[in-house]
Ligand binder design. Structure first.
Ligand code: C2E
Ligand code: CA
Ligand code: CA
Ligand code: CA
Length: 278
């Protein structure tokens, strides 16, 4: 009836208003969150499959808002991306992570720090000079830094992106394709751009022990990396069975809750100290 239609309409606009006001709240409180000390980084270790040693970490943002509580990066990063707030936040992430990782490469010279870079950050003209300054300031070797980007950045391309890629390559900074396999591009960008690593998306890893086609896709990604001479990381390893399956496929590096959740900075230092003594 007409009445029902009106109710349904009211229901949808209500839900829409709620999600808009949540967005606006997040954007509002996120502004100034760095200055108020509400943002911090956790680090998730990555492990060499055969030796089980920690080879590096991925930096992951955490936001504890006094007003909103813990807000996950899956929710606030897209909002930061659209509002431009990702630029100061991204600089905060790089500065903080490099300062921490400076200590870690002293414990293990082969240690690698991985940092997520969103499309807006990658298109920012000042990214390269900012990175150069920060690497110099922390005396951190460029080759021990890896930027995780998604294939959308490479697909869209453009002069700015090409220049940034060339400059990063020149500097010796590594590039990792995050969420590999979830896009729908041709693989030609792997030939065109200086990618160093593929990170197999956790949706494939998740199902690989129960779904034969997911296992085959993981296998294909590992073979592809081998063929192209790239590093390969499987993310989202949650069970012993998945780890075993990845071992059998000779995956290089693994990351996931089964091995370790993202942890505060101090934990990483302790892990590496223990490892250095072995
Ligand atoms: P991502 O780059 O794909 O990061 C991996 C996500 O998977 C992280 O979620 C991590 O906590 C989670 N994860 C790790 N192991 C497992 C596992 O075994 N099972 C499951 N179910 N999940 C696992 P998180 O920390 O919530 O981050 C979500 C996304 O937010 C990231 O996805 C990344 O796209 C973005 N993000 C996080 N930190 C940053 C940052 O500093 N800068 C930018 N630009 N984006 C960030
Ligand atoms: Ca990532
Ligand atoms: Ca990922
Ligand atoms: Ca992701």
């Amino acid at each position: 009836s007409k009445e029902q239609g009106r109710n349904r309409y009211a229901f949808y606009t209500d839900a829409l208003n709620q999600s808009i006001s949540r967005r606006l709240q997040i954007e509002g409180y996120l502004r100034g969150a760095i200055e108020r000390g509400e943002l911090m980084l956790h680090y998730q270790p990555q492990y060499d499959v055969s030796s089980q040693r920690v080879t590096g970490v991925e930096a992951l943002l955490r936001w504890n808002s006094p007003e909103l509580g813990q807000v996950g990066p899956d929710e606030f990063i897209p909002i930061a991306e659209q509002s431009g707030l990702i630029l100061p936040i991204g600089r905060f992430v790089l500065q903080t992570a490099l300062a921490a990782a400076k200590r870690w490469i002293e414990l293990d010279p082969d240690f690698k720090l991985a940092v997520n870079i969103s499309p807006a950050q990658f298109r920012d003209e000042s990214l390269v000079s900012f990175l150069q300054e920060e690497l110099a300031k922390h005396q951190y070797p460029a080759s021990r830094l890896e930027l995780e980007i998604t294939e959308g950045i490479l697909m869209r391309g453009g002069t700015q992106v090409e220049e940034t890629l060339a400059a990063l390559h020149e500097m010796g900074v590594c590039l990792s394709m995050d969420d590999f396999g979830t896009g729908y591009s041709s693989l030609s960008y792997l030939r065109k751009y200086p990618v160093d690593e593929l990170k197999i998306d956790r949706s494939f890893v998740n199902e690989m022990t129960v779904d034969e086609s997911d296992r085959e896709l993981v296998n294909a990604a590992i073979s592809l990396s081998r063929g192209l001479g790239l590093r390969v990381v499987a993310e989202g390893v949650e069970t012993a069975e998945q780890l075993q399956a990845l071992k059998e496929l000779e995956c290089g590096v693994v990351q996931g809750f089964w091995l370790s959740e993202p942890v505060p900075q101090e934990h990483i230092g302790k892990m590496l100290e223990r490892q250095a003594r072995l």
